[in-house]
Design a binder for this molecule. Structure first.
Ligand code: GCW
Length: 711
């Protein structure tokens, strides 16, 4: 069969064509046609069969149709080619280059540890003039193809040594907080900053899933292989996705399957009551267990490769096992038992805390909650439960210590949950590249320097490893993420989930090359340099002009955007800074505070316990100190607050100036959207600076050592 005949190209021309007659074009994100130029100009042989091999074939055909290359699909034998993408299990190819590559690469395929390439791994090797990508399974071939796209011409460099790639994490997952029915407060997408949902609209599934298909393609190209399609806050309409509206979920699964992405569903713990009409959802009740078993069986009848359930229980008003006097292991195991016969998993969130706290009560500490609830349950979860832990103990702040839960459950599969949607980091109106922050979290060694890291925990060096999860940041916005540069956070998440030990700046560089292909850019080096200058340190810049020294949560209540220093100070949410005329910060030491520091293994428990050894950037998270306290940096706390806030705004102004140098050099619509958002970032950062500086000046009465204007 010749691919040119077999591929229905029109299905695949989405990026080039408007979604709908009048609608604006959808930005291709990091897969613009130009990114395929190098691949598309080659002669390519695809060998193997299966749904994902067809996807590979479609991709190659599309690129070749555009850039003049040719495609053969097996069995087209003895042809001269530049690239072979082949399944190893497929019949022997009488193609000399493939045979040579196979022989040369045999040792590499088995790997030093004797492991095979696995379901998703691939190998790239040169044999004579030919680049050969080999995989054991179709998904590996698809990932191998996108690797070739990323490498561009380098994939065809005769001197390129053979390489072997396997994802470090089996599950690389995005959670969508998309509502089916528009929530009166949270809207269509909770904490969404990029328009409506790509799945749901006004209470129902979107009929046209072209956008979802394109999303699957973007995700596959950066390595994501699982998504949950509805909010963890499950309301009435969303609960129905498990039963009556399962067909909608099945349709989404059908569209994503060709990209190797499995669909998961957020479910309500109260489903047996709400949907099943039972009087209880008690995990020990036989009728409840039978209901989950039967319901789950029906899910798999409809979606045979369904991934599993995601649950937020006993948290922020969601139902859970506490109602029945059971704990979270009992709750999670109930669902795990129903999923086990079908190979599904439960992602059970550890984000459980009291959201009706009295601000007068200094003994309750929200940071302690996840550990207090979950650490005692270690060893009690079934093997198909993944306990999903927010990276920090509070709530996705710009700076927090790494959650101690991640070091406290060696007999449990743990996943780290990151927030790609920038709820607390500028809501996709600010440039805030989060790769360096996530990487810092993943490299953190909770048992002390040189020891095992969070990356080791999630890849499964302790228990089986639960993977990496992030809350998604896309919507029906033309640029997917509102801020075009926020696409890089999504891309970086996927790449870090594939390999959590990678350098985030290198990943950003990959994203830049794909998104702004050198062949389509007047001065590629200028674009690359400028984007690095703007983005590399943008998370630290964001940190400088917002809440200082790890204290967190000085945001406006509700929407969480912009400064609101006392916005949460006298509320029930448990996020306080305790600033008074003498000092600021939360005493979480064992000696005199809430004892949270003691939840870490000894090395960090000791470091965080004392004001002297606590790292500057977390000082106010762990300690209440006087404004005159001298940091390791040599500055006082109050002067540090002033200096970083003045500096942060200057850095944002510099970002805007740098961006202006790209005028005329890149797609004008991207240029304009980013320019507009940088104006807002300058405005908002200035507001942060002035409110924070003024607040602390008024509290402390200490003037700025450098005499700058404070209001
Ligand atoms: O940070 C908070 C958000 C909520 C979210 C919650 C969670 C889905 O403000 O909107 O609810 O986290 O993670 O469950």
């Amino acid at each position: 069969m010749n691919a040119e005949e077999s591929v229905e190209l029109e299905q695949l021309m989405f990026v080039e064509d408007p979604v709908d007659g009048d609608e604006p074009r959808v930005h291709p994100a990091w897969l613009p046609p130009e990114a395929f130029r190098s691949l598309g100009a080659r002669r390519v042989l695809v060998h193997g069969d299966g749904l994902l091999v067809d996807t590979v074939l479609h991709e190659v055909s599309r690129a070749c149709a555009r850039y003049g290359g040719r495609v053969w699909h097996s069995p087209s034998w003895d042809v001269d080619v530049d690239l072979v993408l082949a399944l190893r299990g497929a019949d022997e190819l009488p193609n000399p280059a493939v045979q040579a590559a196979r022989a040369a690469a045999a040792a590499l395929i088995e790997g030093a540890d004797g492991e095979r390439l696995g379901d998703e791994g691939f190998l790239l090797a040169r044999a004579g003039d030919v680049t050969v990508v080999l995989a054991d399974a179709p998904a590996g071939l698809l990932y191998g193809l996108f690797h070739v796209v990323r490498l561009c011409a380098a994939a065809f460099d005769p001197a390129r040594p053979a390489e072997r790639h396997r994802p470090a994490l089996r599950r690389r997952m995005l959670n969508h907080w998309d509502n089916v029915a528009v929530h009166p407060v949270m809207g269509q997408v909770e904490r969404g900053y990029a328009g409506g949902s790509i799945f749901w609209q006004d209470g129902r599934a979107r009929g046209d899933l072209a956008r979802v298909r394109e999303y699957g393609r973007l995700l596959a190209s950066c390595g994501v292989n699982a998504i949950s399609v509805n909010n963890v806050n499950v309301a009435r309409t969303e609960a129905l996705l498990l039963t009556e509206r399962l067909g909608d979920v099945a349709e989404i699964a059908d569209v994503l399957r060709p990209y190797g992405i499995r669909v998961h569903l957020s479910v309500s713990f109260a489903a047996p009551v709400v949907l099943g009409g039972l009087p209880t959802a008690d995990p020990f009740d036989p009728a409840v267990r039978a209901w989950w078993a039967a319901t789950t069986r029906r899910v798999y009848e409809r979606i045979p490769d369904f991934g599993g359930y995601l649950v937020k229980a006993d948290s922020e008003g969601q139902p859970g096992p506490f109602t029945y006097g059971r704990d979270h292991a009992d709750g999670a195991n109930l669902l795990a038992e129903a999923l086990a016969p079908h190979g599904g998993v439960v992602h059970w969130r550890a984000f459980v805390y009291n959201h009706h706290q009295d601000w007068r009560d200094r003994s309750t500490d929200r940071a302690r909650a996840a550990y207090d609830h979950f650490a005692p349950l270690d060893g009690r979860f079934r093997t198909n439960v993944v306990v999903q832990v927010k990276f920090g103990p509070v709530d996705f702040q710009t700076r927090e210590p790494v959650s101690p839960v991640l070091a406290a459950m060696p007999a449990t599969r743990l996943a780290v949950e990151l927030q790609v949607t920038q709820e607390y980091t500028g809501q996709q109106r600010h440039v805030c590249h989060l790769g360096p922050w996530w990487s810092e979290v993943l490299r953190f060694a909770p048992w002390g320097p040189g020891g095992r890291t969070i990356a080791d925990v999630v890849t499964g060096e302790t228990a089986a490893g639960g993977g990496l999860v992030a809350v998604a940041n896309v919507g029906d916005d033309v640029f997917w993420t509102g801020h075009p540069l926020a696409q890089a956070n999504l891309y970086t998440f996927g790449r870090l989930a594939w390999d959590p030990r990678r350098d985030p700046t290198e990943i950003l560089d990959e994203w830049i090359t794909l998104t702004f292909p050198p062949s389509a850019t007047a001065d590629a080096e200028l674009v690359r340099r400028t984007l690095h200058e703007i983005m590399d340190d943008s998370w630290r810049t964001y940190e400088r002009y917002t809440a200082p020294l790890g204290v967190g949560f000085m945001v406006n209540p509700g929407d969480h955007y912009g400064p609101g220093v006392d916005g949460y100070e006298y509320t029930r949410w448990g996020t306080y800074h305790f600033a008074d005329r003498d000092g600021v910060g939360v005493d979480r030491s064992r000696a005199s505070g809430t004892g949270f520091a003691g939840q870490y293994p000894p090395y960090w428990a000791q470091v965080y316990e004392s004001v002297e050894s606590c790292p500057d950037e977390l000082l106010l998270f762990f300690h209440h100190v006087p404004y005159g306290h001298v940091l390791h940096s040599g500055s006082t706390v109050i002067q540090h607050i002033y200096d970083t806030h003045f500096a942060g705004v200057e850095e944002v102004r510099a970002m805007r100036r740098r961006w202006q140098t790209l005028h005329g050099m890149i797609d004008p619509s991207v240029y304009e959207r980013v320019a507009e958002r940088l104006d807002e970032q300058v405005r908002c950062a200035t507001e942060w600076r002035d409110q924070i500086n003024t607040y602390f000046f008024r509290k402390s009465g200490v003037p700025d050592g450098r005499g700058r204007r404070i209001y």
